[in-house]
Design a protein around this ligand. Sequence first.
Ligand code: HGY
Ligand code: MN
Ligand code: MN
Ligand code: MN
Length: 412
Amino acid sequence: SPHPTSSQTPSATKATATGLLAAIADVGSDRRRGGFSRHGYDHAELDLRAWFVEQARRRDLDVRTDRNGNIWAWWGRPGPDAVITGSHLDSVPGGGAFDGPLGVVSALAAVDELRAKGFTPRRPLALVVFAEEEGGRFGVACLGSRLLAGTIDPAKAAALRDPDGVSLGEAMTAAGLDPAGLGRDDEALSRIGCFVELHVEQGRGLIDQAAPVGVASSILAHGRWRFSFTGEGNHAGATPIADRRDPMLSAAGLVLAARRIAAEVEGARATVGRLVPNPGGTNVIASSVDLWLDARAEDDARTRTVVDRIREAATEAAEAEGCAVRITEESYGDTVVFDSTLRDDLSAALGGVPALPTGAGHDAGVLAARVPTAMLFVRNPTGVSHAPAEHAEPEDCEAGVQALTTVLEKLA
Ligand code: HGY
Ligand code: MN
Ligand code: MN
Ligand code: MN
């Protein structure tokens, strides 16, 4: 993909979130699927990282990449009790322009606003870009923040492989980073006084409340499970129906059961968005099928209930077809309730904006287990996310930058 164009932004002028997003609009744009495909340490994401580093340096921020591949840009010296803001630059396959990058560009624009006001932070202040938030390449969402927070085993993380067989460790090495230091980073954690992530809203909460900006109240419990069905590869024409052990049938049974079971549990969601038949030929009965279940619900008990029932249905669907199934929990996180003091303080500072729960996961949700965290949401007029239709109007992006500026002024 082409290198992003550099908007000439001397530190005296103020960049806008929309202008900064326009500067990276060619990076990782996916002509085949539509939208953007930017995954941890791939060409597009590395281009975006380089662009961010350049933007940060242009603002005289002190840029450092931590042991887990997250980039920090400090206003002044790194220190304890720091106010941190930022998000991620990677996307889902064929994702929107805003999920992740909006929080990063808004942080850059907020720095410009603060500088233009002559503001000097009383506390250390830094912007952060977290690595591989979507898990679009290595399968585990919020990988950079989980590693930092110590909520994933570093050896397991380093061994995660992308669909081409490249491990996280190999991808980091290729990007010039040393994977030997992966894992809980107490030095970085100890500096974080609080973390505020600005993010495009991924539902209709702010549309319904006719508000451009809100704060987050909670995140659903959620996780990812891999189901590997194994049957017998054979010829599509020569194999009578009665003789087949077709793992695609078992997989289909799981997909239908997941929808039915989720609908039975209040507020639950279950999705199969990725399914890989092996070997994958039109005239070939697959020998195996891998699929990934994303399941979410309000609390741990409901999520576990949904997943247990889907596991049972998968086992029955496999038996019915003479297939075997292997089920692996690849990641899981319990419900996050954001720090209510910080949330209420931010909402009050912004004149009493709505507080919304979200079904989406975030690095802020991972960090919430270690430090006070909060989120600002910017209205999405389509209510659609993880798809090219995701959107935020320039005036709402501007309202987001102003809100983040107000929050940073108050906290830092
Ligand atoms: O919610 C998710 O799927 C991811 O964490 N953004
Ligand atoms: Mn996302
Ligand atoms: Mn995101
Ligand atoms: Mn043939």
